[in-house]
Design a protein around this ligand. Sequence first.
Ligand code: URA
Length: 434
Amino acid sequence: MQITEIIRKKRDGESLSEAELNFFVDGFTGGKIPDYQASALLMAIFINRLSVDETFWLLQAMLNSGEVVDLSMIPGIKVDKHSTGGVGDKTSLILAPVCAAAGVPVPMISGRGLGHSGGTLDKLESIPGFRVDLDLDHYKRLVGESGLCLIGQTKEIAPADKKIYALRDVTHTVENKSLISASIMSKKLAEGIDALVLDVKTGQGAFMKTQDDAKELAEMMISIGTKMGKQVRALITDMNQPLGSHVGNALEVVEVVELLQGNCTPEQQDCLELSLLLAAHMIVLGGKADDLDQAREIAESTIRDLSAFAKFKEIVAKQFGDPSALEDLNKLPTADHVETLTAETDGYLGMLDALAIGKGCVLLGAGRKTLEDVIDPAVGVIVRKKLGNPVTTGDPLLEIHYNDANKLKEALPLFQSAIKIDPDPVEPPSLIKK
Ligand code: URA
């Protein structure tokens, strides 16, 4: 087989065989196919696309490039959730302990922030001492003992994805639904799951801007996951405004603790609602409820009786974090300064641009501009009004938590451009699109 012929076929819009996709993935991961040929093939795939079958074969090849964790010795149906990325999306930190407290084991291998969107690992690392770099034996032990474990991708998990993703990142070949699907599903299936709930975001702050694109991506991931023998469900949800009230790593942990303690402000209602809905789907897939209503009641009960909060503290302690920081939130990193943007007129909040807020938070230091950047866990924003809320002149809209005045200066125009007040009532976007 020749890589040049495989590139030519895809360039000319022909289909690739399972053997050809295997040849590419094995050859590139093993260093036999150079970056320039892999880049050419990725661009040809980007332009001429892959069918569901080709995407499935690519997924299989990427999955088999590394270890597929065997969790069959742990009783129960193992279920995880994956989100395609958003701003203020801390649902993983809520639903993982909720499901574990409900008896559904959650093996969760997560990512770091990507562009303007936050990452579960960065949020967890804002808890003093918390370690996400545990090895797979440790991971298996904690899923067995505590019913959950939250770690980062190890070198054994889908190494082909790591290499291919790095090349896609610098060749502008990320936003292709087949490449995204194979990338996400190869990592998720390697975790040892039986079932998966996908949260595909759509809107200004999402990678999929339109609902049609989000639906196509969801359908592709469901198709290839089902072909792998897994139960897969997807929700398409809104990412026009940040989810909940807090954006930024330690700030998001604060919101998680508030919600797990049963305290929810009106601005946090969407985050709680989505967390409970995703958890309910996971509880049904995990075989602990017959339908969504029953599962929702179980999820809510783990918050009411604080068993989900207890589970979160348990896993924080087991992953070397300080659980007392979840009781005394002053022990989490806090920023030195707060600048508040207030309403300059009366009306209704008509824009709270998640993309601009996410980018502003990256400039404050909450995310990375280059791989080497070090995250400032304390910085971010607290949203005091959500889309459609009535506002009066002088009302606080955005609280900006910052440590470096120069970074604030850079980020401020983005935050200012994120907000618009309309004179007439504004219909808030629906949270669950499909
Ligand atoms: N997240 C991933 O893990 N892979 C992609 O290709 C895009 C987002």
